[in-house]
Ligand binder design. Structure first.
Ligand SMILES: Cc1cc2nc3c(=O)[nH]c(=O)nc-3n(C[C@H](O)[C@H](O)[C@H](O)COP(=O)(O)OP(=O)(O)OC[C@H]3O[C@@H](n4cnc5c(N)ncnc54)[C@H](O)[C@@H]3O)c2cc1C
Length: 450
């Protein structure tokens, strides 16, 4: 029997806890979380704010009681303040002031990430919102009941900023999306794909202010009133700050952990940190990016949090289990435009030193004789000019073609060349696809040197 302590019980901590509780009943599991809720799916926040779902109840999948029913001890609203690693002791304090000293044999750190607050004046004004926790989403939804909040400026046009811009628009607000990059989603897609999303946002009435650096927020009567950039000013009754996340690892600095430059705890493929018996998972730690030679990378996604939590749980419980790394696969759906990607964009592959080739292809999804809506799918496959190994793929359509990206994720994981995909056995049925499918056609064109 081991005493396993888990710090943080959102996606990574929950996955680790369930891996242990469901498979190793002999261990004693103690969970700490400073929040009052567990397992909030931030991915559903924009759907709630935009009114696409009516209530947040379905955005949670785990409760304290479910953990307790499996035998865990759970301390909610209890912050771990310090850890004595030589003595194997966690020191925590509850919101009510009760102090807990909890010994451990194995420790799993799953403290996640926190929103980056840009260092510009005015961030403390009223109605400047961050979006991370359930409580943040609740505050936004509550404030939107006030009709005087008419104009919303979203700072940051990555996935979350774009999703929230859509949500505020669906909620009937005038929305301006600001980013210092020249386009949206620039971290995940090549410019040709970003342009599709730009047009989509503009067509739905969202004002785009790209290539603008925010200098300060200005207020009136303590409330935010405008966002001043190096190219002008945008009136705002609410500002939503979505400029990214950093690992929540302040507590682990200067106590002997190896870390990435951004402060993520450096783990090995067993999720073990540089301290023996101390594991880390989720947004507070690195992943291994197979598209970049399997090197440690920071890719903060719930998918990675769950996978790494499972790996950490099994290893802490005594079963060696290795992570296989990730490709950073992700997707977005805005006003019906779906965009998915895996691995490296052309821009990122070039930055990583590859001589890059891309194969672009466009095709309607289903057989052309189908007499129902048959949207076009645009695909780009990125590959290395010399080894011909697939480095990345991007797809865009109003059709839900999202599952196709998983094949490219596997291709990158396994180091497959683009030539191996050209004659791949892809089934055909007119209801679904075409006999010469866009996946294989993109690869076939690459074989032909087109
Ligand atoms: C708006 C939004 C949309 C998103 N959409 C997607 C999506 O569509 N797909 C996707 O894959 N990912 C998405 N993500 C990212 C995803 O939510 C994160 O990657 C995920 O939450 C990481 O899980 P985690 O458990 O590692 O960390 P976190 O969710 O950050 O949880 C960390 C937990 O640790 C607790 N904690 C921290 N410090 C302490 C302490 N000292 N003592 C006790 N408890 C502590 C916190 O209270 C928290 O419960 C989205 C994120 C946001 C904000």
């Amino acid at each position: 029997m081991s005493r396993i302590v888990i710090v943080g019980a959102n996606h990574a901590g929950t996955a680790a806890a369930n891996a242990i509780l469901d498979n190793y009943p002999q261990h004693q599991v103690t969970i700490f979380d400073q929040n009052s809720n567990i397992s909030f799916l931030g991915c559903g926040m924009a759907l709630w704010i935009g009114g696409q779902i009516s209530k947040p109840d379905g955005l949670f999948y785990q409760t304290k009681e479910q953990f307790e029913a499996k035998g865990a001890t759970v301390h909610m609203q209890t912050t771990v303040e310090s850890i004595d690693y030589p003595k194997h002791m966690v020191h925590a304090v509850s919101d009510g002031g009760t102090r807990i000293d909890q010994p451990y044999d194995k420790l799993i750190l799953a403290t996640g990430s926190e929103p980056i607050i840009p260092p510009v004046p005015g961030m403390d004004l009223q109605n400047v919102q961050h979006v991370k926790l359930y409580q943040d989403a609740r505050a936004v939804v509550d404030k939107l009941h006030d009709p005087s909040i008419r104009r919303v400026v979203v700072m940051g046009a990555g996935y979350i900023g774009v999703e929230l811009a859509e949500a505020f628009k669906r909620n009937g607000r005038e929305v301006t999306l600001v980013d210092m990059a020249p386009t949206c989603l620039a971290g995940n897609f090549d410019p040709e794909f970003c342009a599709l999303m730009e047009r989509n946002l503009a067509d739905h009435g969202i004002t785009l202010a790209f290539g603008e650096r925010v200098l300060r927020l200005e207020g009136e009567g303590g409330k935010v009133a405008s966002v001043v950039t190096d190219r002008g000013s945008h009136e705002a009754d609410m500002v939503c700050v979505c400029v990214g996340f950093r690992p929540n690892t302040q507590m682990f600095r200067h106590v002997g952990f190896d870390m990435l430059p951004n402060g993520a705890l450096l783990v090995d493929h067993h999720q073990e940190t540089s301290k023996k018996g101390v594991y880390a998972a989720g947004d507070c730690s690195n992943t291994f990016n197979n598209a970049l030679g399997g090197n440690p990378a920071y890719i903060a996604l719930a998918t990675n949090a769950v996978r790494s939590g499972i790996v950490a749980g099994h290893n802490a419980a005594g079963t060696p289990l290795e992570s296989i790394g990730v490709q950073g696969s992700s997707g977005i759906c805005i006003f019906d435009l779906k965009m998915v990607q895996t691995g490296l964009t052309r821009v990122k592959a070039e930055a990583a030193g590859h001589e890059v080739r891309v194969s672009d292809f466009k095709q309607v999804q289903k057989a052309t004789f189908i007499e129902e809506p048959n949207p076009e799918v645009k695909i780009r496959v990125v590959y290395d000019a010399h080894s011909r190994v697939v480095l990345g793929a991007q797809m865009a359509s109003t059709y839900d073609m999202s599952a196709g990206i998983h094949m490219f994720s596997l291709a990158i994981q396994e180091g497959i060349t683009i030539d191996r995909l050209a004659l791949l056995d892809v089934f055909f049925l007119p209801h679904f696809n075409q006999p010469y499918n866009y996946y294989t056609m993109a690869a076939y064109n690459a074989v032909l040197g087109k």
